[in-house]
Ligand binder design. Sequence first.
Ligand code: NAI
Length: 693
Amino acid sequence: MKPTRVRTELRGAVAILTLDNPPVNCLDRPTRQALLAALEDAERNAAVTSVVLTGARNFSAGADLGEFDNGEGLAEPTLHLTITGYLDRMTKPVVAAIAGAALGGGLELALACHARIATSTATLGLPETTLGFMPGAGGTQRLPRAIGLERATSLILSGQAMTAAQTLDYGLISEIGAEPVVDAGMALADRLAAAGPLPRLRDVAMDEPLAEGYLAFARRSLEKRPTTTTGQLYAVRALTAAATMPFDQGLELELRLFRELFSSDDARVARYRFLAERQAGRVPGAPHPLTVRSVGVVGGGTMGRGIALAFLAASIPVRLIETTDDRADAARAGIASELERAVSRKRISADESAARLASLDVSTELEGLSDADLVVEAVFEDLAAKREVFRVLDAVTRADAILATNTSSLDVDQIGAATSRPSQVVGLHFFSPANVMPLVEVVQGVNTSPQTLATAVKVVARLRKTPVIAQVGDGFIGNRIMDQYVRQAMQLLRAGVTPEAIDRALERWGMAMGPFRVLDLVGNDIPWQARKARALGETARPEWAIADKLCELGWFGQKSGRGWYDYPAPGRTESNSELPGLLAEHVQLSQAMTPEEIVDHCILAMTNEASAVLREGIAARASDIDLVMVKGYGFPARFGGPLYYADELGLDRVLLVIRRFAEAIPSDFFWTPDPLLVELAGNRNTFTRGTQS
Ligand code: NAI
């Protein structure tokens, strides 16, 4: 039997239409068909005077990107003209009653309704441009009519979601309704049915005399930025139409631009990223995950606090353990102040903040974790310390509890071996700040059971983060690849290129931050300590000599006021005037290098290592690696990731460039092309074919 995608219920003279396409009510074709049919029924049914449109759990997260590959996305009935057009012609009021997310096509649908109402926790936004697209179902025409051109432009270009409180402020919704929001929606629908002509955003006159100048300015700023997507530029064109043309002409232009964008490189990358997300964290055999109701966090430093905040945000109570009362108090205060900050930025309400804090318990007794379903350890990066914590955890926690470590470099198996339950030990490698970063590497030890893995993956998804599975190996996926990237940047210093030139080239290309600025931010001492720990018995690599030297001088970066750059005051960065002298001693040969060559060296160093990570099975699929680099390390989303990027360049070309590097720079040990890259290039194959098909 086909599932009902839209349920209709009559309450008196109000038809309640509920979108029901779990998990997020994507507007795929069957849902659109059911929605149009339900709207037509309500319009025809003489017993109905008004309609409330709502969604089970979420209103709707918009289009199903997966449908864009098989053409269904643009098939009738389209949201673009058919459904929103039908709403425009309806004679009965339709109120969108929004709980959860109304994003992309979901918000566009709500904008075509006659009024909107939302719960206090709802989020509304048009994120399309961040995904390589643009709104294509009237969003660029109706949103400026609802909240003004400048605000709409900024929201569409940033893709940022609005809270319910903001949308009320802006006049996008009529009121914030208590749950169940349908009740308040019905009252509003009744009022609209009794009042005069139905309010339609399409009828709102645009009175924006400065629009063209403002939008021309927005376009020029976008054109200067390397990360600008075609979707953003096209959105500006559609917004200009909104301000200067009659509604229907604007709508037509929007649709034409949207269709054009559809076959662009940006949109192809967007589809790749979407499919990559969907595949990430799939556990072969998919055993039933355990339910996690309460969590323990051991260690309340930078990571422990962020991890606790992430669980609290997902309504999972946390007991956090520190070593002393003072440290426990500091951890609690740190978490409380983060929550306060979120309140002052209107990210959460004061009530929500209080509720989260009330679900946090901080103590110094590991024994307090006796009923936790999952414990995440985030103590110092020291194997002996972690093994000791795990030994005690093994003794004090329930026999079925899962024990996870947040180690960024240690062997999960060695940590698990300190317990009597290595099959229930797993790595959960959060990124800093853990309450913000959208990625977690889930590290599978040789003994980690599929059920433990499946539970870890599921819990990460509950935190609304992307879980990517990695096998045990130095640096897992991301840090290992970044290591080679930074190493290559160090090599370039030996070839006479300056840190500024390297950072600038990579930032213009699209990396969120150049490698030297990242090092100064993280602290040069952190990889220095790791190198020292690792170099035992290994010959020190000459390219690190300069980085070691900086650390010996105490130039740790921002925290010490000096690193690869100088930091004379908070927020100010200047050149480090003493660095050129140090660099001069380090340079092996002076080689002029264009920004493009710098980018090729650093990014293909990533690609080559990513190939090894895939070949060794540390990651199960190319798209997992690409996701890690984009979501965890600031690799430009529009290039898909180091493997997708190489596929687009052509692997035979990549191989040629790498071989040329091997001859040109005194780095004989560095540029050995990875065997998988050589093989795929030879077969005219690609890394990402499986995900793109
Ligand atoms: P941190 O030094 O800020 O915090 C460690 C905390 O653990 C301290 O507050 C300490 O008092 C506490 N602690 C130590 N032994 C303990 C014990 N036996 N019981 C309870 N608490 C104990 O360190 P950070 O940066 O939070 O790192 C923690 C772990 O997370 C490390 O394994 C690190 O490699 C990993 N990690 C760190 C990242 C970062 O960017 N800082 C990123 C990803 C992973």
